[in-house]
Design a protein around this ligand. Sequence first.
Ligand code: CA
Ligand code: CA
Length: 172
Amino acid sequence: MTVRRTVLVVVATAALIVFSVLVGQAKTISDPDETSIAHHDVESTTLVKPSAGHLAWKTVTWDTWASDTLVGPSAGALTLYLDTRGGPAADYVVRIQWVSVSSALSCQLEKPGGALVDAGDVSRPSQSAVRCVFPTNAITKDKTTRWRVESAPSFALNDDKAPNTGWVRGVG
Ligand SMILES: [Ca+2]
Ligand SMILES: [Ca+2]
């Protein structure tokens, strides 16, 4: 092997390692601009583990929106589905929605039936993004976590799924 080829192999290997580390730090998926979706058309979603015992979920939308358009419980919530154990169904959901009585966004980790598991901290990094950091101590898990996001702007027909089919495997 010539010196030049050796250098090339070393550079390529280093680039691969850097890429792997970057990918490991964030799990982000992109979703298309589906123009029929009213307010909360998902552009990208990231799920990362910022510290032990927490997950941070951030969704960016194609358009800007006011927090009070995310009206819950069933009409306009943004929901993260988590499949952490057993069969293919979601074991937990994380729901971000506007609560009229407190005039604030809330983020809750719940069982699929709606029972509260834990509360999260919600914020708006921008007018087209929302972020929720929630505790994971109460989540029971026996496999690699799978997740997907769904927004329900106004009518069931306008739901946006990200990804459009299937699940994302693993957390960044
Ligand atoms: Ca979309
Ligand atoms: Ca979609």
